[in-house]
Design a protein around this ligand. Sequence first.
Ligand code: NI
Length: 288
Amino acid sequence: MLKNIQYGMPEHKLACSDDKLVCPEGMIFESHAHYDDKQFDPDREELLSSMKANCIGTIINVGSDFASCKRTLELMQKYAFIYGALGIHPSDIADLNEEVYEWLRSSAALPKVAAIGEIGLDYYWEKDEETQSRQRYWFCRQMELARELSLPVIIHSRDAAEDTLKLMKGIHAEQIPGVIHCFSYSLELAREYVKMGYYIGIGGVVTFKNAKKLKETAACIPLDRILLETDCPYLSPEPNRGKRNSSLNLPYVAKEIASLRGITEEEVIEATRENALRLFDLRRDHLT
Ligand code: NI
């Protein structure tokens, strides 16, 4: 059973959830979740129904392979507060061919699709050079799709810092808005992405004691460039590290960022909400 825990949010803020607004003021914008994952099969409905009461205002459910993109479309149709991102993760590019690419193009035109993602490079799980080169090819193609559809991108980059930046500079990615999700590189590199106009997605890892680089990044990059995310069911923050993650853990992430920057949790929640609404362009009238 899911416990209905309130994470110390001021009570008046619970009353400001207007259905007509995308992530009303005072609520948290979750920019990266995978509620299509089978780990949520036992209690998905119950969990998602508890979001509003726990001040989670809007969720971007992010596709990673073809099947999860299809499930993302179902979730965003079922729940008003869920938006979708469609894209094929670098570890799943075996799913990609021209037919799937065309499916992505037509499905991404649906009004509640807010981004192309997650796309990118992952050399941690893939050491084979030929497959890495295929990752670069499909990363490029999906970036071009985002450009064509005027959608932002959600980028996954692991153990591929140099190639990701090189490829992005090569295709003038500064013209395509986006977020580097679950940022795991140095402050210097975060600043480079911020200069290109990118947002930095920060999740549960920032609460880990040994996450020195990420704590430094969270403390030093401009507040108007940070997005809150979970990557759930993965990467639960302290004190729930190792357990299944969900958006209900985001207050722990906000609290850690606030303490690193010497500001309040509410300021972090408000800034990251504004940032996400700006990046995903969710103030458009036809969506409300
Ligand atoms: Ni993810």
